[in-house]
Structures are given as C-alpha cells and as structure tokens.
Design a protein around this ligand. Structure first.
Ligand code: DGL
Length: 270
C-alpha cells in the first residue's frame, strides 16, 4: 500500500452542516480517518464577502495540511463557490482537493437527462454564479436557474424541519417562478439534505432532488483509487474540531452526522 494512504482526510465547513458530507464519506469509505474542522466562530459564510471566505478557507487548509491530510474536502458550498482556487493553490504538491460543486456539476451534465435544472443555496453560493457557470461551460444547452434560499439554514438549525413553519418556508421558496418546470434541483448547501424528503414531497417526487453528499463521497473514492491513496486498514479515530464551542453546536452535530460525536475547540486565529 502507498505509504500516503494511511494519512487522514481533512473535511471542512463553516460549521457543523458539513458533517452531512463527512457522514456520507465515512459510509462510502469506512477505513478512512477523518479530521473535520467546522469554523463555527465565523459562520455563516453564506453572508460573507469572497475575500473573507478566501482568507478563512486558506487558514483552515493550512491547519489540515499540518495534520498531514492527504485530501482536503471542502464540505461547504459557499467556500467551494468562492475559495476553490485559493484552497488548491495552498495545497499544491501536499494534498488533493475535492469540493462539493465540481462532482455535482459532472453528475448533472453527464448524459443528456436534464434540460432545465434549479439550484438553491446561500446568497454567497448563488451570487457567485459558480454552479450556473460551471454547468453551462460543460453543456450550454442546459438552462440553469438559481435561487438564494437564506432562511433554510437557520430554520434547519433551529429544528424547524417537519412542521407548519418549515413547510411554509419551503413552499414559498420552491414556488418561485425560477424553479418552475425544472427536472432536477441541486441542493447547493450542506444543510439541505436534512429537508430532502420535504422537498421531494413538495415536487410530488417528479423532480430529481440532488443531494451532493453521496455524489461527493463517491467522487472522493474514485480519486483515492486513481491516486492509489485508498486506506486498506480500518482507522476510525476521527477528530472533530470547531473554532468556537457551544452546547448548541454539540447538540445539533448529531442531526448532521447521525451519531453522537465530541466536538473539540481549537483556535486557529491567535
Ligand atoms: N455550509 C454553508 C454552505 O454549504 C451553509 C452555512 C453558512 O452559510 O455558513 O453553503
């Protein structure tokens, strides 16, 4: 086995939502050791400027590289949309980089299944135009409509998931004309897989609701295989760091990772 194969996989997000991606990764790649970093001191990234997101992402990338990570997974759509190039240049010759947008763009543009696609995400993700630009660059015949849905993150974090409030917010956003006649909807935010069932129901299961976490985990496995970096020996000692710790973050982390985990505070900005 390649000696680098036993190095961990670094996964980061603005907070604990990226644990949906970490959860998919541990299911698809059970031998891999994960080092997760949630930048809870600086969230939400969705409302921040590109420069600020680039700065935070660069610092976190250096931390994960110091932990000897073989791959950096940007488990945050807003950071993927605004800081991908920064993270790649920080990691050059030291680690591979996987984001949550490129694998989904490849997935929806493979074949010619979709003619009209919707994307929902934070303001930072949607205003960057990254999804639209990348999809159209691969297939100019697809029409892509995007919609910022900023109320969904706080709604999910506050536990409004299966009730009248969440149904009203979901219905209000998804009824917008931008999303009419779509054949697929990309969930362009780490939190949205939590409300996938409600979104499916809204569309009467007639629209393909694309949850990036599984797609990203499968893409990561392919990358590891291609680079001979797949860990053959089980190494489950995952670590979960956050830049700010509260009982609230600890409590909601279970919602995203589907298991109790211990968050550990570490300050990268001293
Ligand atoms: N993790 C972010 C994303 O996927 C959502 C939360 C935030 O705005 O920081 O875009």
């Amino acid at each position: 086995m390649n000696e680098n194969a036993t190095r961990p996989i670094g996964v980061f997000d603005s907070g604990v939502g990226g644990l949906t991606v970490a959860n998919a990764i541990r299911q698809v790649l059970p031998n891999e050791r994960l080092i997760y970093f949630g930048d809870t001191a600086h969230l939400p990234y969705g409302d921040k400027s590109k420069e600020t997101i680039m700065g935070y992402s660069a610092r976190i990338t250096r931390f994960l590289l110091d932990q000897q990570c073989k791959v950096i997974v940007i488990a945050c759509n807003t950071a993927s949309a605004n800081a991908y190039e920064t993270i790649v240049s920080e990691s050059v010759d030291r680690a591979l980089v996987v984001d949550v947008i490129n694998p989904v763009v490849e997935f929806v543009t493979a074949g010619s299944k979709y003619k009209r696609i919707g994307v929902i995400g934070t303001k930072g993700t949607i205003n960057s135009g990254t999804y639209v630009g990348k999809i159209i660059a691969r297939n100019p015949h697809i029409s892509v409509e995007s919609l910022a849905t900023p109320m969904l993150v706080p709604m999910i974090e506050e536990g409004f998931i299966f009730d009248d409030i969440s149904n009203a917010i979901i219905r209000t956003y998804l009824s917008k004309p931008e999303l009419s006649q779509i054949q697929a909807l990309i969930l362009g935010c780490t939190h949205y897989p939590i409300i996938k069932n409600q979104i499916n129901k809204f569309f009467n299961f007639e629209v393909d609701v694309i949850d990036s976490s599984r797609i990203v985990a499968n893409h990561l496995r392919n990358i590891l295989v291609t680079h001979n970096l797949l860990n053959q020996n089980p190494d489950p000692g995952h670590k979960f760091y956050v830049s700010d710790f509260t009982d609230y973050f600890q409590a909601i982390s279970k919602l995203f990772f589907e298991e109790n985990i211990a968050l550990e505070k570490i300050n990268l900005w001293n």
